[in-house]
Design a binder for this molecule. Structure first.
Ligand SMILES: Cc1cc2nc3c(=O)[nH]c(=O)nc-3n(C[C@H](O)[C@H](O)[C@H](O)COP(=O)(O)OP(=O)(O)OC[C@H]3O[C@@H](n4cnc5c(N)ncnc54)[C@H](O)[C@@H]3O)c2cc1C
Length: 452
């Protein structure tokens, strides 16, 4: 199938897509009735959680969306097995809070805490996790209850390793995750080392950072030739840091900065002056918050993305993963790409890009870091006009540099490239998909491009 890559040249108008029928089952029985092939609900049937994905993976303009919002019970915290079992509609911040009350936490470090457990298990969910064991939230899932498209329940157990590997990050293509059991651990403390560097300095250090099992989060300002690094290591100190300071950092980065940038577009008409101001404000904000301000933290105190506008139409983003070993070369190329695109087309992102080190992890068939450690680079902007053109150019850039797309986070990835990247793993996934959903009732047109 030829990939549809439409440019927003302004010559064509987007017709608003037809609204999907929205359903919100309140119990497993209601969900199974809805999925039953004899039900009155139009296909495709698309499960959705907090709808924070950047693509159409969670929508279905012709069919039915199945929100898990009302399936939101924490079923059990098992202190001896060190696991938590929860419904898929539970939000990660709720889970974090309840675990923290018992001195426990989810394994790893996961951004955008407003997302649902089901969405985080069914897609690559990563953040600045320390260490090399289990880069994604789904890596720590030991069993899953799945509602299938034939209206039946499938319990996937730890013994069914291959099936579990397929269900993790399955984008709702194998069934609706109803409940998941995840490993937990006693709450940990980390030390965050903050550095402000040029992009070339970051590029020189990228190889060493990729090789060391640190938690790495960074912010890139390509037009200012600047990077802010947040390098995390476990700490033996008792202090978990002050939650209010982390909350201020998160609020500044994910609410104040986007709003200020968005407003400046309305009040400062001269482009050069506007972006000069935007970059200066971003730099001052990051100088302040990515400093000793928040040197000590824990998963509970450092929850981030809480204030990030969740849902379509707020902050626009597209994320690609690049092999960590090449990232030292990709970084300056990305800076040059952003500058060149701005010069030629007049579009640039107004927010710093965010990135993470994502350790090699083959626990899911569709893991983007299945073969090697990757660096995820998330380009973000509040500006709609020109964004779709920009993400097409970004996709061409990323594909040239061997980028791996993710079906919930990457916009405009070409079908051929995605198929090549996931290759035999996609074929194996599809075999399982055809067994569990033989009539493609869960497949919407967006996902069909990549999986049919
Ligand atoms: C501003 C912004 C920044 C972001 N930054 C990051 C980031 O740094 N790191 C990161 O990992 N993600 C990030 N995300 C992406 C987002 O949080 C993930 O896509 C998330 O995992 C999706 O969770 P959700 O509940 O919103 O799921 P949705 O977006 O609703 O769905 C995502 C996918 O999961 C499927 N799904 C949802 N629930 C179920 C279920 N119960 N059973 C089966 N399938 C299901 C959907 O069909 C869809 O394919 C960001 C999002 C935003 C808006």
């Amino acid at each position: 199938m030829t990939p549809a890559r439409l440019r927003e040249t302004g010559r064509f108008q987007h017709l608003p897509s037809r609204e999907a029928h929205a359903s919100e089952p309140a119990s497993l029985q209601e969900l199974l009735t809805l999925l039953d092939p004899g039900s009155r609900y139009a296909k495709p049937l698309r499960p959705c959680g907090a709808r924070s994905a950047a693509t159409d993976c969670h929508t279905s303009s012709m069919g039915t969306t199945i929100s898990t919002a009302r399936l939101n019970r924490i079923v059990n915290i098992d202190h001896s097995a060190m696991t938590v079992t929860a419904n898929s509609g539970v939000r990660l911040d709720t889970l974090n809070r309840v675990l923290a009350e018992d001195g426990l936490e989810l394994v790893g470090s996961h951004e955008v805490v407003g997302r649902s457990l089901g969405g985080a298990v069914s897609a690559p969910c990563f953040g600045p996790s320390i260490g090399d064991s289990g880069a994604y939230l789904s890596s720590h899932v030991s069993s899953i209850k799945l509602a299938l498209s034939n209206g039946r329940v499938l319990n996937v157990t730890p013994e069914q390793k291959n099936l579990l590997g397929a269900v993790r990050m399955s984008y709702g293509l194998l069934g609706v995750v109803v409940e998941a059991t995840l490993k937990i651990r006693p709450a940990t403390v980390f030390h965050a080392d903050h550095r402000r560097v040029t992009i070339d300095d970051f590029a020189n250090a990228a190889g060493a950072l990729a090789d060391s099992a640190v938690g790495l989060q960074f912010y890139l300002m390509p037009h200012k030739d600047r990077a802010y690094l947040d390098i995390r290591r476990f700490s033996s100190k008792d202090s978990k840091g002050i939650k209010a300071l982390w909350a201020i950092k998160d609020w500044g980065e994910s609410t104040v900065l986007p709003r200020v940038c968005s407003s400046l577009h309305k009040v400062v008409p001269i482009r050069g002056m506007r972006f000069g101001l935007i970059d200066s404000i971003s730099a001052v904000a990051h100088d302040m918050v990515n400093s000793r301000f928040v040197a000590q933290g824990s998963n509970a105190t450092s929850e981030s993305g809480k204030y990030r506008a969740i849902g379509p139409g707020k902050i626009r983003f597209s994320t690609w993963c690049f092999p960590a070993t090449d990232f030292g070369v990709v970084l300056p190329a990305y800076r040059d790409f952003c500058r060149q695109t701005y010069e030629e087309h007049g579009y640039r992102c107004d927010l710093p890009a965010i990135g993470y080190r994502v350790a090699r992890d083959s626990s899911a068939l569709l893991s983007p870091s299945f073969d090697e450690t990757m660096i995820a680079l998330q380009t973000m902007s509040t500006q709609e006009k020109g964004w779709e053109d920009f993400v097409i150019d970004l996709a061409e850039f990323a594909e040239h540099w061997g980028g791996t797309p993710m079906f919930n986070l990457t916009r405009s990835a070409s079908v051929d490239h995605a198929r090549n990247v996931y290759g035999a793993r996609r074929d194996m996934f599809n075999k399982i998909r055809r067994q569990l959903d033989p009539d493609n009732r869960l497949l919407n047109p967006f996902l069909a491009q990549y999986f049919l």
